[in-house]
Ligand binder design. Structure first.
Ligand code: FAD
Length: 341
């Protein structure tokens, strides 16, 4: 049986992790990642990369928890291996703090992260304006290292990468059997999905190596996430805003908000501003779609729309997309077998 040829469109976190998962789970196929932007120029490079899920309104909670658990367990294995520093994966402990006590004191993901508990009164003294808090340890993926590591792993498995902008998925019809669409916010134009929209995020990347704990204000708008080399300070959530240029007054506002939680950041150095557009939908689009043109058909698997939570769920969704690719391969093998009879 001829090798199935698979094209993955997108070289952000979702495209690369899906391509690696396919190349490791389906023997005898070829995988090519095609994208117009690679690290360090993707949205995934702007993100803090912390594993704290957000809640998608239209995806069942048990599904979101499954994706989160699979991602957390997969990254824990990397974190506990000699690959950890090259892959940019590390544990971070810290606090999620609230000015008013939230309705749900225990989020759905509390038993997936490590050591989840309410903060003590002594811990809360650091945050005099906050009434309640949760302490836990989670994982963080630093980008670009994680994206570079995924790309290396893909190539070790025989996969390829190609820099190219795709205007229409049909361009790939003659060269590939199956197309996996991981184009994030690009899906609005590429597949005409008007449900996907940007939620603009501006962050500061600073040098402050003494900051070791994360701090996330309960609404998730203000956060301090230390990475291996830099600390990410956030942020903003600006719906339907496509502007990729940094706004200086927003930077000052982010810096002031973060300093009010962690005054030592006043001495932070080498401050860089980054902007990214979260690919937002009410639910991740993870499904098969067969496109038709005359007598021809194009087999597509969509895996995009991870909004502000791609790092928290990417391995879970990559596995599900891989399962959908396997189903197509089963159908392809059956039709090729029948054609030979
Ligand atoms: C400020 C900010 C902070 C964040 N923090 C976190 C966090 O702490 N934790 C978390 O879980 N998530 C976080 N996120 C969300 C996370 O970054 C996203 O969910 C994730 O990066 C989406 O990855 P992606 O691969 O779908 O998109 P992208 O990284 O945007 O990749 C899309 C890829 O598709 C390619 N592409 C698009 N259209 C085409 C085309 N027509 N032809 C060829 N190639 C195309 C692009 O070039 C690119 O390679 C944050 C996001 C932002 C903006």
């Amino acid at each position: 049986m001829a090798k199935a040829k698979i094209a993955v469109v997108g070289a952000g976190l979702i495209g690369l992790s899906t391509a690696v998962c396919i190349s490791e789970s389906i023997s005898g196929c070829s995988v090519t990642v095609i994208a117009d932007q690679f690290t360090p120029n993707t949205t995934s490079d702007v993100a803090a990369g912390v594993l704290i899920p957000h809640l998608d309104p239209d995806t069942p909670v048990h599904q979101q928890k499954k994706w989160f658990r699979e991602t957390f367990d997969y990254l824990s294995l990397i974190c506990n291996s000699s690959e950890a520093s090259e892959a940019g994966i590390h544990l971070i402990s810290g606090w999620q703090i609230f000015k008013t006590i939230p309705d749900a004191k225990t989020p759905f993901w509390s038993d997936v992260v490590l050591g989840f508990r309410s903060m003590t009164a002594k811990e809360l003294k650091k945050f005099p304006q906050h009434q309640f808090g949760q302490a836990f340890t989670t994982l963080k993926c630093d980008c670009p290292p994680y994206l570079l590591w995924l790309e290396k792993r893909l190539k070790e498995n025989g996969g390829q990468v190609q820099a190219r902008k795709i205007e229409d998925l049909w361009e790939l019809h003659s060269d590939y059997d199956i197309i996996v669409n991981c184009s994030g916010i690009g899906s609005r134009k590429l597949v005409g999905d008007l449900e996907i929209h940007p939620i603009r995020g501006q962050v500061l990347k600073v040098h402050a190596p003494w900051v070791k704990h994360f701090i996330r204000d309960g609404d998730g708008l203000t956060y301090i996430y230390p990475g291996i080399h830099i600390v990410t300070l956030g942020g903003t959530r600006q719906k339907d805003d496509w502007n990729l240029s940094p706004d200086p007054s927003t930077s000052k506002n982010i810096f002031d908000r973060c300093c009010s939680l962690e005054p030592s950041l006043q001495r932070a150095q080498d401050i860089k501003v980054r902007v990214g557009l979260r690919p937002s939908r009410s639910a991740v689009r993870l499904q098969k779609e067969i496109l038709f043109r005359g007598n021809e058909q194009l087999l597509v698997v969509h895996n995009y729309g991870h909004s502000g939570g791609g790092f928290s769920t990417h391995q879970g969704t990559a596995r599900e997309a891989t399962q959908l690719v396997k189903e197509y391969i089963g159908t392809l093998e059956m039709s090729r077998f029948k054609a030979k009879l």
